[in-house]
Design a binder for this molecule. Structure first.
Ligand code: HEM
Length: 190
């Protein structure tokens, strides 16, 4: 039991240390109208605006050496595929933070893995004729194994703090792109 408790420390601290960020991105992205083509397109463009540069930062920082199964986790090509089918340009993207060192890389990867948890629910709202490769991406055990890696590789408080700081900077990318998405939506209604 003690081992299981210890194994939750890094993940719990990451969750608690980014809870305010999650609340904000959840509120922003939950506002998307996924049941309409235009709403879904905006959602995907906003996701891509943050996701593509964040994933690129992870790759430039060397995430493949930290997560041996990284090729199965990457999803930029799936968003790109959906956007292409929708006739949308790839967004130029946000300026991504630099992520160097195992703690920062794992903090960033934690943020990108989280949305997988709710993707199936979101996918059900999207009309069936629209492309949903990104929301359908299925990698069984992705969440369990990243939580295990966090707990194995982030063993001291300093490393966990570095992971939290990196995770917050990646959440901030999503917050900015989510804000742009809601501004566009409100302007359209007005
Ligand atoms: C439509 C908007 C969103 C909703 C409704 C939502 C909802 C949720 C829910 C219900 C969970 C808990 C899942 C579980 O424990 O089984 C979760 C976890 C998580 N989400 Fe989101 N989310 C949203 C957007 C995002 C975005 C945009 C990101 C990051 C870019 C994100 C990152 C995370 C992370 C990292 C976790 C794991 C937290 C933990 O350690 O338990 N979420 N989300």
């Amino acid at each position: 039991m003690m081992v299981r408790f210890i194994q939750q420390i890094a993940r719990r601290r990451l969750r608690d240390g980014t809870a305010d960020c999650h609340e904000r991105v959840d509120a922003l992205f939950s506002g998307a109208d996924l049941g309409s083509r235009i709403g879904y397109e905006r959602f995907l463009v906003a996701q891509a605006t943050a996701f593509l540069p964040a994933e690129r930062s992870l790759e430039e920082g060397g995430i493949a050496a930290v997560l041996g199964d990284w090729p199965s986790r990457r999803r930029s090509h799936l968003i790109a595929q959906d956007l292409r089918k929708l006739g949308q340009q790839l967004p130029s993207g946000e300026d991504a933070p630099t992520l160097n060192g195992t703690p920062a890389l794992l903090g960033g990867a934690y943020v990108l893995e989280g949305p997988r948890l709710g993707a199936a629910l979101l996918r059900r709202q999207v009309p069936s004729h629209l492309p949903v490769a990104f929301l359908s991406s299925n990698y069984p055990g992705a969440w369990r194994t990243i939580v295990e890696t966090l707990d194995e590789d982030l063993r001291d408080s300093h490393a966990i703090d570095q992971a939290i700081e990196a995770a917050r900077s990646v959440f901030a990318l999503f917050e900015r792109s989510g804000q742009q998405m809601s501004v566009r939506r409100i302007t359209d209604v007005a």
